[in-house]
Design a protein around this ligand. Structure first.
Ligand code: PLP
Length: 283
């Protein structure tokens, strides 16, 4: 696998990172993941915007401008596996000479990027739908920053894996926030709701796509607080992310969602999404 590492292109397993890198010692960095469909990057501008916001929020200067960052993505996407792949990029505060918590006086940001194959959720799996489990949201209050400090998300994802579920939906103060690595939508009586994009969630790029597609289809959608009770009473639930795209949920903590099958609102948006992605996933 080809990697970008601080200005060089080299095989991923030849990248060597300093043990003093603040990404390693403090998780002091941010990241992005884009999808690549047949060599074409999906929504690159939106991901570059979000990367810039994350970097600003934790005051890292990446040392590459937007065009140079875009070129890194494009370079890795060009050789990415087909038909579908992701490109991961992370920027850390670099490797100063000494470990200390406050920002170092001088350290160049470290930038790592590489592509991986993306196994899209298959059409058969989508038709069957997926399970979701719930857990308390134990994260900090700047979930709008795409930080590489992901321990609560790691634990939530493991909770889902051990339950045989696709994702864990997280609950804070009686409200739905989001999943370990995806956003959540609920449907009741044909109306869609999703938590508003504030400090409690990451504003997902596919979340925004779903919101736009709903608007284009004339489907009413509100961005607002979503109570746990609404989640449990929903006709439909689906989740969105770069890697899971738009995935229908048919079980929540073991109970059926609606009639236990993917719903009509999800179906409409899924078809519209596949159109944007250049076609549906394989069976
Ligand atoms: N929420 C969290 C916490 C995430 O980590 C992610 C993506 O990894 C998402 C939501 C979905 O964001 P996107 O649609 O941009 O992939």
């Amino acid at each position: 696998t080809l990697a970008y590492w601080n200005g060089s292109l080299l095989p991923l397993d030849e990248v060597s990172v300093s043990p003093l890198d603040r990404g390693f010692l403090f998780a002091d960095g941010v990241y992005e993941v884009v999808a690549v469909y047949d060599g074409r990057i999906f929504e690159l501008d939106a991901h570059l915007d979000r990367l810039a916001r994350s970097l600003d929020a934790i005051r890292i200067a990446p040392g590459l401008d937007r065009a140079a960052l875009a070129a890194v993505f494009e370079r890795l996407a060009a050789e990415a596996p087909r038909p579908a792949a992701t490109v991961y990029i992370q920027v850390t505060r670099g490797a100063p000479a000494q470990r200390s918590h406050a920002f170092p006086a001088s350290a160049q940001a470290s930038i790592l990027a590489f592509a991986s194959p993306l196994k899209r959720l298959g059409r058969d799996q989508q038709q069957a739908g997926f399970a979701l489990v719930s857990a308390p949201d134990i994260r900090w209050l700047r979930c709008d920053i795409k930080s590489i400090a992901l321990l609560p998300s790691v634990l939530a994802a493991q909770h889902a894996a051990e339950a045989g579920a696709l994702e864990t939906v997280m609950l804070r103060d009686g409200l739905v926030t989001e999943c370990a690595a995806s956003n959540v939508f609920v449907v009741k009586g044909g109306r869609v709701a999703t938590p508003a994009a504030d400090h409690r969630i990451l504003d997902g790029i596919n979340r925004r796509i779903a919101i736009r597609l709903a608007a284009e289809a004339g489907i009413p959608l509100e961005q607002r607080d979503v109570a746990e009770a609404e989640l449990r009473a929903a006709d439909e639930i689906w989740i969105t992310s770069t890697t899971k795209e738009l995935a229908p949920i048919v079980r929540l903590d073991g109970a059926a969602v609606g009639d236990g099958r993917p719903g009509p609102v999800w179906r409409r948006l899924r078809d519209a999404f596949d159109h944007l992605a250049g076609g549906p996933a394989e069976l």
